[in-house]
Design a protein around this ligand. Structure first.
Ligand code: DON
Length: 307
């Protein structure tokens, strides 16, 4: 049975391959230079089997797919109360780079939009760690989810930082509300480094499988974060992971998921599998066009709709 999975994946890729709609993200110049034809998909089971087809070993930057994992680290390091005091859990219904702060408190609506993710980045690691130590903590944590040592793409990071006016503005707004309590420029730089971590589609499937396996990496056996943290993260992925397309996604695919502007997309099914796809052309919400199609197909073919 399992030996049929690679053929199934290859067939699914062949079906979506002709779709060249959508566009590369161009607000980060380095991403606009990516090969738009890349296409890959991988499944990782909770017992550590990984199946892939297409460009599953090509590196891409993780971008917003880092957000649920950084949220997990913040929850594990600081506890639920401290994190929830700073970042909400309500869908914003707005684009990922909207300001989306609660008017009374300045608290970002959720940790999947940029405002929330900049805040959760600042909450990773023990209090008082400082910008460099925090980036190390996040890199160590993302690596533990993937089960191998990951690194930052310095070119993509520098390219984004040169044009990060919007995230810097959000950082300063968060600082003015007291949601951030330190230099917002340093926090946004750390967040941008987090987004610039290089992963393959295989890594992404294993990171998703670590969530599906309730916080234990199915390959290394390492408990990366406690089980209640994973439940919280999957809930927020389910409601907010696809931004202003979250409702369409919930009804059509129905899997807790997270997308990134480099074209990655992950989904996690508790107790079963982590799924990842890679195709760089994006729809108007910043979600991978062919990735969304592939997930729709996987969900329908295997009855994975759980939401
Ligand atoms: O902060 C940004 O805008 C990027 N580093 C990440 C955005 C992203 O991946 C949105 N997801 N589709």
């Amino acid at each position: 049975m399992r030996s049929m999975v690679p053929d199934y994946l290859a067939d699914a890729l062949a079906d979506v391959e002709p779709d060249t709609s959508g566009a590369l993200a161009d607000y980060i110049p380095e991403l606009a230079a990516a090969d738009p034809g890349r296409l890959g998909a991988a499944f990782a089971t909770v017992d550590g089997e990984v199946y892939g087809a297409g460009d599953v070993d090509v590196e891409l930057t993780i971008q917003s797919i880092s957000k649920p994992f950084a949220y997990a680290l913040a929850l594990a390091d600081r506890g639920f109360d401290a994190v929830l005091a700073k970042v909400g859990v309500e869908p914003s219904g707005e684009a990922f780079n909207e300001i989306s702060l609660e008017p009374a408190t300045g608290r970002p609506r959720n940790p999947m939009i940029n405002a929330g993710a900049i805040t959760t980045h600042a909450l990773a690691g023990v209090a008082g760690l400082g910008p460099a130590g925090r980036v190390e903590r996040v890199l160590d944590g993302l690596s533990a989810f993937a089960g191998r040592r990951l690194r930052v793409d310095e070119g993509v990071c520098a390219s984004e930082l040169e044009h990060a006016h919007r995230n810097l503005a959000i950082g300063h707004l968060l600082r003015s509300h007291g949601v951030l309590t330190e230099d917002p420029d340093a926090v946004v730089e750390g967040y941008t480094r987090q987004c610039s971590v290089l992963v393959t589609t295989r890594d992404l499937a294993l990171m998703a499988a670590t969530l599906a396996n309730r916080g234990v990496n199915p390959r290394t056996g390492e408990r990366v974060v406690p089980e209640p943290v994973v439940r919280q993260v999957l809930s927020v992925m389910a409601t907010c992971g696809m931004y202003d397309a979250a409702g369409d996604w919930a009804t059509q695919v129905g899997i807790p998921a997270k997308s990134g502007v480099a074209g990655g997309l992950i989904g996690a099914l508790p107790g079963q599998i982590g799924i990842a796809t890679f195709s760089p052309r994006l729809d108007q919400h910043g979600n991978s066009v062919r990735g969304v199609s592939l997930f729709g197909r996987f969900s329908a073919d295997m009855g994975l709709h759980v939401m």
